[in-house]
Unconditional design. Sequence first.
Length: 479
Amino acid sequence: MKILFLNPFYGKGFCKTARWFAKSRARERRHPDYLCTAIALLEKGGHICKFIDGTVNNISIDETREICRGFGPDAVIINSTTPSIESDLEYAKMCKKEFGTGLITIMVGAHVSAEPEDTLRKGGGALDAVARREYDYTLKEFADTGNLSRLDGISYFKDDGIIHNPDRPFIDDLDNLPFPAWHHINLYDYYAPAKRNPFLTVITGRGCEGRCTFCLFPQVMYGRKYRPRSPERVLDEIESDIKLFPGLKEIMFEDDTFTLHKFHGRLEKICQGMLDRRIKVGWSCNARPDIHDFSILKLMKRSGCRMVCVGFESGNEEILANIKKGISLDAMSKFTHLCKKAGLSVHGCFVIGAQGETNLSIKKTVRFATGLPIDTVQFSGLCPYPGTEFYRWCKDKNYLIPGNWEEWVDENGEQRTIIDYPHLSCETMNKAIDSSLYSFYLRPRYILSQVFRPKSFYDVQARLKGLLNFINHVWVTKT
């Protein structure tokens, strides 16, 4: 079967470097790592696949149509997100109009997993099915059989009604999945200001055992149980990536939390394995701020770790309890000081707009952030995505601004802040986000530390780019 995978373009704001200062926390990712794993599984089964990443390459719907004509697919798989769903459905309609009812259109992603029925009805017949949650083997079984109705994890139309087949069980042994089909991408198309570019993401496990009320993927896509791949398989993939992309400068371990405490033994094996195999590429990761074993942080540094991206979320204990973070401010502070001692850079992520947020709690968060030895920071409006506990709470309380999915984005396709509390308006939160950024980055002590800290040409280049991004953000928000 010939299968076209689409990551549709829907707005420059979504994929450009301005998202470093984006106002919506936990926004749905458009990086193609999960898609490319599914593609690799299908190609291993003998199917012919093509991938169009319209998001990163700004490929319009008309350009996509021409590429589709040249490829002639039997099926189209469309990656979707909540802010892009209306646009994503337009791609499904375009494909059906171009190729007729013989073409099968399937949508995947967190939004359609949370809202399968709404998505199918809004598709107006242009969408044949939704593959809910973890979709790798759902798509493979479809490609092997050509049949949708018998597949677990599928929602589809039948006799003017919608059928929801049982959920597909999560994949127990992720080592059985092939490495992502990275030959479909140009590595240099993917840029992130916080990373050494070109970089590549590696997912060493799926799911997260944290209980955060707002976090999207654990609640909607991959579950609350962390399913790790073996250290050997992870190391093999890194070596494969380096061979495929000799210019690779950094690996980003994109697991929801790569450093979960109960899996520290595995983390040590991966770090030691990088040293034993003499893997020279640097790396960064998402980290939970509860590592208090200095020896682990030092081992991470020795094996090439440069930066940890940390969800601190708030500087207020009550807010942390409301979002079920499960970590105290003291523990976060201890972790950060140990990272600094180990020589690791820390990028701190903070949210504004959680349950119970007030002007006072925002000030406490800013005070906490500026008191930590962190290198870069983002303050973002907390986004209530469908399928999350936070979304249900906001909806029940009538705190959501949009009346439809189209109102999640502005005229440029950039995601809005979408909640409004009686005691804390959307406008107030937006101003607080901007002022929090200024409070952190415009401190004289911070500016001096960045001037004298660079140790290489790359560091100087990265800081100049960061400065330009910040100036651009200030200019946009002031005009």
